[in-house]
Write a new protein. Structure first.
Length: 452
């Protein structure tokens, strides 16, 4: 039987539009922040807003691979950044290759960070011709160009019986942020709680807000094309980001400011349209969810749970805890956490007692905190937070006898998860493979040479 005949006999499956930004956390308008993002607000009004969504790793490549493989990073061996030599142990477990094998047309417009070689992932069409210049004065022209290519694809696409998976990846809101242009007044900016309120930090946050504005304009271009294409009612739309903002105590930490992410899903027929859910979810849950929404059998490697019961209004929760980890960003920082609705346990398995400077992106806030002694403050090996009483994760109650039972229970669950998923930390230091780049020094300096 010819492929076209086989596709014709398949039931019509939903298309998938996957949109991912860099380093945005939840600092967008749909989550109540004064960060104008009207296109994303409209998407939230039409879809489902997940208030308690978390990535599996608050660093770029491991986060994306966890989402797109449905596995914790150590299970795919994606321990660090793709451009530093890290890679999946089996790219056939990437959702793109899974969808290829199930009759989907897979298309990339813009940024991906799962492999230094995009051909390893297996997209049937790559619309992006030139890699983004991260040293450019503005990252936005590149995002706009790829938004145009994604939009053109949608407007050309016909209902030909073959569903598509279109990934539109933005480089915004990654640093460098655009220079202040007068559209955002730093004196009127509210800072994320981990940052001290001063002029320099407000200016840095103002430039982030401008980057969100630019990203939203690009996303609007793609979503408008979807509406005009006539394919909207047949398409699942997912918007998310890889992790928290690239600021101290956020990105590359297991605090909620690091692992907390935006997640908006627009699913034709969902009873939660225009509403929010407080359910605890992981980005690893998206792969099994898409399987259920498209009628595809789940592969056996998935470690997440389907969110379809939430979308169908059949339950308010799908799981009692989520897991996240760090392995490498600039430096080696093996850390694990389990988070329930009320509690979070963080375990540091490394031998470095301080926050690593090379794991914090350069910028005004890093300079300020470096001068104030941030990188000389000891880090606890075990941290436990009662999120009901301490949502900002300021008070470590790991040694408080009133929380002994909670700590014991969470340590047991975390250990069981590590055993079940064959976490290499159970046997000591993670054996990083040849060709990977990990900083030898911990880099207190804030110069650009310390960060890639």
């Amino acid at each position: 039987m010819m492929q076209s005949e086989a596709i014709a006999e398949m039931p019509q499956r939903k298309n998938i539009l996957y949109i991912n930004t860099h380093d945005t956390g939840r600092f967008i308008e749909p989550y109540g922040y004064a960060v104008p993002s009207p296109a994303l607000k409209r998407l939230a009004d039409e879809g489902v807003l997940f208030r308690n969504a978390f990535c599996a790793n608050p660093t770029c490549s491991p986060s994306r691979v966890a989402l797109l493989s449905g596995m914790l990073p150590h299970s795919s061996e994606m321990y660090g950044l793709a451009h530093r030599g890290f890679r999946m142990n089996d790219y056939s477990r990437h959702i793109v290759q899974f969808l290829n094998a199930n009759g989907y047309e897979t298309v990339l417009a813009g940024y991906q960070h799962e492999s230094h070689d995009v051909t390893k992932i297996g997209y049937q069409q790559v619309l992006t011709e030139v890699d983004c210049d991260m040293n450019a004065d503005s990252l936005t022209p590149w995002d706009l160009e790829n938004a145009g290519k994604a939009a053109d694809y949608l407007l050309r696409k016909k209902k030909d019986g073959r569903p598509f998976f279109l990934a539109y990846g933005l480089i915004n809101t990654h640093k460098p942020y655009p220079d202040l242009d007068g559209t955002v007044n730093p004196d009127r900016v509210t800072l994320p709680h981990p940052l001290f309120d001063n002029d320099g930090n407000r200016k840095e946050m103002a430039t982030f807000i401008q980057a969100v504005r630019d990203a939203d304009l690009c996303i609007d271009k793609v979503l408008t094309a979807l509406k005009e294409s006539g394919l909207e009612e047949d398409t699942i739309v997912i918007f998310t980001t890889d992790h928290g903002l690239p600021l101290p105590n956020m990105k590359c930490t297991l605090y909620d400011t690091g692992i907390g992410v935006s997640l908006i899903m627009k699913c034709p027929g969902s009873v939660l349209q225009g509403r929010a859910t407080d359910a605890l979810v992981s980005q690893m849950d998206l792969f099994p969810t898409l399987c259920d929404l498209t009628g595809l059998a789940k592969p056996d490697w998935l470690q997440g749970v389907s969110l379809k019961p939430l979308l169908d209004g059949k339950t308010d929760e799908v799981q009692g805890e989520i897991y996240a980890q760090i392995n490498c960003h600039g430096g080696y920082d093996p850390t694990r956490c389990i988070r329930t609705k009320r509690y979070k346990l963080i375990k540091n398995f490394g031998d470095y007692p301080y926050t690593m400077g090379c794991n914090v992106d350069p910028g005004t806030s890093k300079e300020f905190m470096t001068a104030a002694g941030f990188f000389q403050r000891p880090r606890a090996k075990t941290m436990l937070f009662d999120l009901y009483l301490d949502p900002a994760e300021r008070v470590n109650v790991a040694d408080d006898e009133n929380y002994t039972a909670v700590k014991t229970e969470l340590e047991g669950k975390l250990h069981a998860k590590m055993v079940k998923t064959s976490d290499p930390l159970l046997n000591g230091r993670i054996p990083l493979y040849a060709g990977t780049i990990v900083n030898k020094a911990h880099c207190y300096s804030v110069s650009e040479k310390d960060y890639e």
